[in-house]
Design a protein. Structure first.
Length: 132
């Protein structure tokens, strides 16, 4: 069975990324990425394990499913939402009827795949005609 470290190393190499490039994209230090890939602490030489934050960062930075990585890291579904807004959104999703959840996921996927919406400068409201 492939380990978390060997999996992310293989994924990094498949993308043609150096350790430096991958660490930059993921948002962790090069030395921490090296530890995650090898599974060994650079300081102590003892086994090291990814934290939930490491798993989330790798998933975002490499575009890999977070739940899959969490399972490989032995974290199961212990990944917690990043903030209160994410937590509230997850709670609302879980409160949906089971038959509505797939529809909500399709809507969310469509939003993610849609081109970004450009923010428009708000125009100052005009006073009613005759009061200008």
């Amino acid at each position: 069975m492939e380990t978390f470290g060997s999996y992310i190393r293989r994924a990094r190499l498949a993308r043609g990324w150096s350790l430096d490039e991958a660490a930059r994209r993921i948002g962790i230090s090069k030395s921490r990425l090296r530890e995650l890939e090898s599974g060994v602490s650079l300081k102590s030489g003892k086994p090291t394990h990814p934290t939930a934050g490491n798993v989330a960062a790798v998933a975002r930075g490499m575009g890999i499913d977070q739940d899959h990585l969490a399972g490989m890291a032995g974290l199961g579904f212990r990944i917690v939402p990043a903030d209160m807004a994410e937590s509230a959104l997850l709670a609302r999703f879980r409160a949906l009827a089971p038959d509505v959840r797939p529809v909500a996921l399709r809507v969310l996927e469509a939003l993610i795949e849609a081109p970004p919406i450009q923010a428009q400068a708000a125009e100052a409201p005009q006073p009613p005609y005759g009061q200008r």
